[in-house]
Design a protein around this ligand. Structure first.
Ligand SMILES: Cc1ncc(COP(=O)(O)O)c(C=O)c1O
Length: 395
């Protein structure tokens, strides 16, 4: 396996083969041949996309929406996105919105548009591996700012972040609510960060894909509520999590007007555009999806509570109650090799979790469990984890 993922006798350009392979996929790969595994390693809802969105895509196909669209997406979707953002109190306009083929594609496009090789990028960690990975793909140098587990919360030290945001920094990537920690930024923190970045001309890339997957509220605070149109703020969003559309690969970027022309060019050389019929389904998701989003949030909040309560009751496991996203990111006492532990849990307990190290060195000693599953499945999985740690008591 390793030899396939990390071959050094490569035909690829220098540097590509050195990109880290996904440790989450490494565990999942091992699980493929095993019977009876409960897979909680990836971050996606276990329910299919709601019928009204699937029907919209079918109608669009039957209407013949099988052609290329504008690089920025079909205008009705850009309008629908701007209206949706307006409903959430964000400042937007169709001309500032560019439709992408997923959130991850949006991040890559934004980074290719803004970053040059050698640029300094600051990233709070533990972080979703693709954020550092994409920065590496465009040759940027990532400086990590570690979150700390304090009073049962994953917390970012604002002073530490600001100290890392030096004038030679090109971009800070902020994902809140965060994968894997569920950590949020407050509106007050955003005000301070925005003012600091304005002073130094630093780009803020806000990964907002979990903005609707928040608990005890409707929506997370956003830089788009605070920033002027010309501020160096780019917001990334996606249909994957809020509308259970991971496999559709549809997302969007909200950017300042002065970035749009370059973004369109980069999109042309990438996917050129997202599929038209998928974009039409996106309009329906935005315009008719609020009841679904509310139900999804309530369901995930109850799963979050079950996961946090049951995991925290296992001696040696500390599970902060995340404020958003769909993951329990738990600290395992005495664990120094989360990859080995995840593989052992897979083999012995038949539960698939992600190793904390997949999210950077500061995630070592932790495991991530996605709780976006049926309650009975979640209880069964955590029961198996508890039984595993009864057999292998923690330090
Ligand atoms: C933090 C974060 N950002 C962006 C994405 C991208 O989602 P997608 O590419 O499915 O839109 C994910 C997916 O897991 C994520 O966790």
């Amino acid at each position: 396996m390793d030899s396939l993922l990390f071959r050094s006798d490569t035909l690829a350009r220098p540097g590509v083969e050195m990109l880290p392979g996904s440790l989450i996929r490494e565990v999942a790969q091992e699980g493929l041949g095993l019977q009876g595994v409960i897979p909680l390693w990836f971050g996606e809802p276990d329910s299919v996309t709601p019928g009204f969105i699937r029907d919209a895509a079918k109608r669009a196909l039957d209407d013949g929406q099988t052609f290329y669209t504008s690089n920025y997406g079909i205008y009705p979707l850009r309008e629908a996105i701007a209206r949706y953002q307006g409903r959430l109190g964000r400042i937007s306009a169709p001309e500032r919105v560019s439709v992408t083929s997923s959130g991850v594609n949006a991040i890559l496009l934004a980074c290719q548009t803004i970053l040059a090789p050698g640029d300094r990028v600051v990233l709070p960690v533990p972080a979703w591996p693709n954020l550092a990975g994409i920065a590496a793909v465009v040759g940027a140098e990532v400086t990590a700012v570690p979150l700390r587990l304090h009073e049962a919360r994953w917390q970012l030290d604002l002073d530490e972040l600001l100290a890392a945001l030096t004038p030679d920094t090109r971009m800070v990537i902020l994902n809140a609510p965060a994968n894997p920690t569920g950590a949020m930024l407050t509106r007050d923190e955003m005000v301070v960060i925005l003012a600091h970045c304005r002073r130094h001309g630093i780009w803020i890339l806000a990964d907002d894909v979990y903005e609707r997957v928040v608990f005890e509220r409707d929506v997370a605070p956003s830089f788009l509520e605070l920033a002027d149109v010309d501020d160096r703020v780019v917001s990334i969003n996606s249909f994957s999590k809020s509308w259970a559309m991971t496999g559709w690969r549809l997302g969007w970027i909200t950017a300042p007007p002065a970035l749009m022309s370059a973004l369109g060019k980069i999109t042309e050389f990438n996917t050129s555009c997202a599929p038209g019929f998928v974009q039409s389904a996106g309009i329906v998701a935005l315009e008719q999806g609020e009841p679904f989003v509310a139900a999804m949030r309530a369901r995930l909040q109850s799963r979050r509570d079950i996961a946090a309560d049951l995991l925290d009751a296992i001696p040696g496991i500390t599970t902060p109650r995340p404020e958003g996203a769909m993951y329990a990111f738990m600290r395992i006492a005495g664990c120094t090799d989360s990859l080995a532990l995840a593989k052992s849990l897979l083999r012995e307990a038949r539960v698939g979790v992600a190793p904390g190290r997949a999210f950077g060195e500061s995630g070592e000693g932790c495991l991530r469990l996605c709780f976006a599953v049926e309650e009975a499945t979640l209880r069964e999985a955590i029961g198996r984890i508890a039984a595993y740690f009864r057999m292998h008591p923690l330090a």
